[in-house]
Design a protein around this ligand. Sequence first.
Ligand SMILES: *[C@@H]1O[C@H](CO)[C@@H](O)[C@H](O)[C@H]1NC(C)=O
Ligand SMILES: *[C@@H]1O[C@H](CO)[C@@H](O)[C@H](O)[C@H]1NC(C)=O
Ligand SMILES: *[C@@H]1O[C@H](CO)[C@@H](O)[C@H](O)[C@H]1NC(C)=O
Length: 506
Amino acid sequence: MKSWGRRGARQTKQLGGLRGIVERFSVAMVVLLIGTIWLFSKIRSTSPSVVNRDIDVNELWGAAPSAGWRPSSVPRSSWPTPPLESNGYLRVRCNGGLNQQRSAICNAVLAARIMNATLVLPELDANSFWHDESGFPGIYDVEHFINTLRNDVHIVGKLPEITSNGKPKKLKAFQINPPRDAPLSWYTTFALDKMKKHGAIYLTPFSHRLAEEINAPELQRLRCRVNYHALRFKPHIMKLSHEIVNKLHSQGNFISIHLRFEMDMLAFAGCLDIFTPKEKEKLTKYRKENFAPKHLVYKERRLIGKCPLTPEEVGLILSAMGFDNTTHIYLAAGEIFGGDRFMKPFRALFPNLGNHNTVLGAEKLEDSAQGLVGAAVDYMVCLLSDIFMPTYDGPSNFANNLMGHRLYHGFRTTITPNRKALAPIFIDREEGGMVDFGERVRRVMFNSELGGPHKRVQSESFYTNSWPECFCKTSTESTDDRCPSDDELRVPEDRFHGNVSYLRQF
Ligand SMILES: *[C@@H]1O[C@H](CO)[C@@H](O)[C@H](O)[C@H]1NC(C)=O
Ligand SMILES: *[C@@H]1O[C@H](CO)[C@@H](O)[C@H](O)[C@H]1NC(C)=O
Ligand SMILES: *[C@@H]1O[C@H](CO)[C@@H](O)[C@H](O)[C@H]1NC(C)=O
């Protein structure tokens, strides 16, 4: 609990409560109305009313100011247990990586709930990229999942056998490719009809198949119950993650960074000019094979914030913010493209770097931390780190889900570099204009959200920011936001700082 004092100080200094946020938001709204997006960013970055300019980085080790909010996702209104009589079975195939699957699982539970369907344990794509076939039971604690959601949906391990002409036979699910971001009504009409007719339906593929913005706070809270309570990694993953977190915490605080400087990302982004001709060729080839053709100009891409930060840029940002070279950093990343050439300048600034293969010593994780398991360990360590920093955020990506989870986990500090605002500063530096580099970077960094409660902006996913639906206040006029009295699922804020017995509850 080393961070309590600093945390209090930051609380008063930085925001002064939710009113600060609301005020800043109204300012932003007015500006939006009278001006262009350009004007918006210009005014926000130079306005003296933006208060979090000169933060002492030591204050960031604690959680962000909560303004009285705490996570809560139990129902706040009448929530009947699912009817005994089911309308049929719902099978889904969740494609994509760990995090895409995670939100798909939440969506599947929601769909089953509104259809009064029995959910078959979601199938996780044997992901070709990760070469992983461990599936749901290989990653998540099935018993905990079913038990946590017992008042929400009926869940079974697989489709039952039926008897047809006196012979046992497997029930065959009717296959449907659901529309992207389908509204709730698609499930209660079209999909439900098919389910009633065939007894079971199979939705495939099932990533982003249910709209994220739905006007139904109780259902949004169900999403949070799934994501933040029911989905618990298996004991061996939790154990490994705790060992890493404990080891790092034995040396003090640490920052986790999702360093998305990997081949697929760079090829997708089309930010090629910093690479050698050979590397460029590799990226171009990968792009051609995996993504739709698009004319991409590095300088333009960078200026609109579409290029992932390089490891060196990450280092420069952290040192400009005031972190010194003793800071411990955990890197969640696949293989860094371009290898050591890019890591060297970062390591020169921050020599205390580790990842899931190095923190506990090399051999230990080599076998176990592959594919989804490796991603799951990274997920847990990033969730429990004191500070988290993504270097690229896109829909349904590792970083976005983690930002949402850290918010729910007691407003743990998240540093989100505004790549678009930083690009011209980096370009000036490269062209020799170094004079006020640090000050300019600090201004951008401390003018962004740092992980406290804030209104979801249009570009933000519900899985990145579930405020206010999945949060409540003890003292408030608003009945919508008031904490329910029997809140058995609450996450005790800050109790997890290195507390293994608390962690076991996840
Ligand atoms: C689901 O069951 C509830 C009763 O528990 C009922 O009110 C609702 O209309 C049912 N919905 C569907 C789609 O069958
Ligand atoms: C860390 O920075 C200090 C100066 O701020 C320097 O003296 C020291 O050598 C650096 N340590 C490493 C390991 O780079
Ligand atoms: C750790 O968590 C457990 C369970 O929430 C709690 O009872 C205990 O007091 C905590 N210990 C510390 C040192 O915070």
